[in-house]
Write a protein that binds this ligand. Structure first.
Ligand code: NAD
Length: 497
C-alpha cells in the first residue's frame, strides 16, 4: 500500500513518526493509501529547510519569482487531468468539479504572476523640506498554511502562490483526508524552478499544527477549515505573536424574493446546494423564500429535482454529485437530518437511505430537502456540510435580511430578485462577507478577495487579491533626507507644517 510521506527541501521524504492515517476512496469505501502524520521533529526539519531557503528567495528579484509562477501555471495545466483524478478519487467530488478546484487555484497563481507590480511600494516626493517618504512591502520569512479537505488544490494555491511570489518560504499542512494533490503541487513548483525549501508539505494532524503554532521561526499562519479549529489557531497564533488569518465554517443563505425568476433561482439553488455533495464553504444549504406563495412554489419546483439528482461514482463525468468524504462525516450529516425532524421540520425529501448499486460500501447519500427550519433549531444554527437543503420561510424582506445577518456564520449570501433597488439595499445591509446578486456562489475572482465574517473568518485580512499581498508582507516606511548642511537638534516632535 502507498504511504504518502512529506515533501521537504525539494524532495519527497518518508514519515518517521510511526503514526499513519488511512486515506479512503469515498466511492468504494476502501482504504486506498495511508498518509504519515508528522512529529514535531519532522515539522522542525521542514522549518529548517524553509528558513535556509528564505534569504536567497527573498532576494530573488520579483520578476524572476513571477517567472516561476508562470512556469508553475503551465505545468499544472499540463497535469490537470492527473491532478483532477487524484483529487476526485480521494475527496469524492466529481471529475469536472475537481478540475474546477484546480482551475480556481490556478486563477490565484495567475494573479501572483503580477507580483512585480503588486508588491511595489509607495513614494512621496518632498513630503517635507528635502524629505521624501517611501514604503516597501517585504516578505515575512517562513510562513505556513493549514488547509481543509474540501478544496485540496484551490486552497493551498490561494495561500502559497501569493506568499511565495511575495518572497516568503512556505509550509503547507494539508488535510490528512486527501494529501496527494498538495504533494504533487509541491513537486510541480520545484519543476517550475522554485528552489528546494521554498515550498514544503508536511502531512499531519494536531501535533503538526501545534508545532506550527509554537515554532517562533514561523511568522504567519493562514488557516481554512472548521470554526472551532479556526478559533483555536487564531488564538494560539496570536499568543505566539504571529500574524493569523483563519477562515471557518459557513451556513450560506439564498434569499428568493417573490419577483425572482423562479426557474432560474431553482436551477441555481439545486447546483449550489447539492454540488460537491454540499461540502463547500460557499454552498447554499439554506433557502429563504419570501412569502408563503414563493415558498410553496419553490418547494414544488425543487422536490422533483432533488429526487432526480444523479448521484454516482466520483470519476464518472455523468454524475451531478459523488459521495461524501468519509463514513463518519456521512453519519454525522444523517444525524443532523434526524435532529431537524425532531425539531419539527418537514422532511420533504429524505436522502438517508440512498445506496448506489455496485458501490454499496461507498459513502453516498441522497439529496435531502427540509422545510420550516427556524433560528433556534440546532440543525439550522450549525453547519451540516452535506447534501441537505433547509428552507426557512420569511414573511418579508426585513426578516429575510435579518436571518443571515444574525446567523453565527457570515461567509456568503445570495439574493435572487428582479428588483435592483432591493438587491442594492440587501447588499448594503446584510452582515455577511461575500454577497451574490442573482449569483448563487459568490466566490470572488482571484484579483478581488475572499473572506467571510463572524465565525466564518477570524483575523482581518482576506485571502488572495491585494489583501493577500498585504497579509504575506510587512510594510516598512522610510523617511529620508540628504542635507548638505549640519542640522540642529529638535526637541519638538517634527511636523511638516
Ligand atoms: P477541519 O477543521 O476538520 O480541518 C482543517 C485543518 O485543520 C486540517 O488540516 C486538519 O488536519 C486540521 N485539524 C483538524 N482538527 C484539528 C485539531 N483538533 N487541532 C489542530 N488542527 C486540526 O476542516 P475540514 O473538515 O477539513 O474542512 C471542512 C470545514 O472547512 C468546513 O467547516 C468548511 O465550511 C470549512 N471551509 C471553510 C472555507 C472558508 O473559506 N471559510 C473554505 C473551505 C472549507
Amino acid at each position: 500500500m502507498t504511504i504518502h510521506g512529506h515533501f521537504i527541501n525539494g524532495e519527497a521524504v518518508e514519515g518517521t513518526s510511526g503514526r499513519l492515517h488511512d486515506v479512503f476512496n469515498p466511492t468504494t469505501g476502501e482504504v486506498q493509501s495511508q498518509v504519515a502524520l508528522a512529529s514535531r521533529d519532522e515539522m522542525a526539519k521542514a522549518v529548517d529547510a524553509a528558513q535556509k531557503a528564505f534569504p536567497a528567495w527573498a532576494a530573488t528579484n520579483p520578476q524572476r519569482r513571477a517567472r516561476v509562477m508562470f512556469k508553475f501555471k503551465e505545468l499544472v495545466e499540463k497535469d490537470m487531468d492527473n491532478l483532477a483524478k487524484m483529487l476526485s478519487s480521494e475527496h469524492g467530488k466529481i471529475l469536472p468539479d475537481a478540475r474546477g478546484d484546480v482551475q480556481r487555484g490556478l486563477e490565484v497563481v495567475e494573479f501572483a504572476c503580477g507580483i512585480p507590480h503588486l508588491q511595489k511600494g509607495e513614494y512621496t516626493e518632498a513630503a517635507g523640506p528635502g524629505i521624501d517618504v517611501y514604503s516597501m512591502r517585504q516578505p515575512l520569512g517562513v510562513v505556513a498554511g493549514i488547509t481543509p479537505f474540501n478544496f485540496p488544490a484551490m486552497i493551498p494555491m490561494w495561500m502559497f502562490s501569493v506568499a511565495i511570489a511575495c518572497g516568503n518560504t512556505f509550509i503547507n499542512k494539508p488535510s490528512e483526508k486527501d494529501p496527494s494533490v498538495p504533494l504533487r503541487l509541491a513537486e510541480l513548483m520545484m519543476e517550475a524552478g522554485a528552489p528546494g525549501g521554498v515550498l514544503n508539505v508536511v502531512n499531519g494532524d494536531k501535533e503538526a499544527v501545534d508545532a506550527i503554532i509554537e515554532d517562533p521561526r514561523i511568522k504567519a499562519i493562514s488557516f481554512v477549515g472548521s470554526s472551532d479549529i479556526a478559533n483555536y489557531i487564531y488564538a494560539g497564533g496570536a499568543k505566539y505573536g504571529k500574524r493569523v488569518q483563519a477562515f471557518g465554517g459557513a451556513k450560506n443563505h439564498m434569499i428568493i424574493l417573490p419577483d425572482a425568476d423562479m426557474e432560474n433561482a431553482v436551477n441555481q439553488l439545486i447546483g449550489s446546494a447539492y454540488g460537491s455533495a454540499g461540502e463547500r464553504c460557499m454552498a447554499t444549504p439554506v433557502a429563504v423564500p419570501v412569502g408563503e406563495g414563493t415558498a410553496d412554489e419553490l418547494i414544488s419546483m425543487l422536490k422533483p429535482k432533488v429526487e432526480s439528482l444523479r448521484i454516482g461514482p466520483s470519476l464518472s463525468e455523468d454524475s451531478d454529485l459523488g459521495p461524501l468524504v468519509s463514513a463518519a462525516h456521512r453519519d454525522r450529516v444523517a444525524s443532523y437530518i434526524q435532529m431537524a425532524v425532531d425539531e419539527g421540520q418537514d422532511l420533504v425529501v429524505d436522502g438517508r437511505d440512498f445506496s448506489l448499486q455496485g458501490y454499496e460500501n461507498g459513502f453516498f447519500m441522497g439529496g435531502t430537502l427540509l422545510d420550516k427550519a427556524k433560528p433556534g433549531h440546532k440543525s439550522y444554527d450549525e453547519e451540516i456540510f452535506g447534501p441537505v437543503l433547509q428552507i426557512v420561510r420569511a414573511e418579508n424582506f426585513e426578516e429575510a435580511t435579518r436571518l443571515p445577518s444574525e446567523h453565527q456564520y457570515g461567509n456568503g449570501v445570495a439574493i435572487f430578485t428582479r428588483n435592483g433597488a432591493a438587491a442594492r439595499e440587501f447588499a448594503q445591509k446584510v452582515n455577511v462577507g461575500m454577497v451574490g446578486v442573482n449569483v448563487p456562489i459568490p466566490v470572488p475572482v482571484a484579483y478581488h478577495t475572499f473572506g467571510g465574517w463572524k465565525r466564518s473568518g477570524f483575523g482581518d485580512t482576506n485571502q488572495h487579491g491585494p489583501e493577500g499581498v498585504k497579509f504575506w508582507t510587512k510594510i516598512k516606511t522610510i523617511t529620508q533626507r540628504w542635507p548638505e548642511d549640519v542640522q540642529g537638534s529638535e526637541f519638538v516632535i517634527p511636523t511638516m507644517g
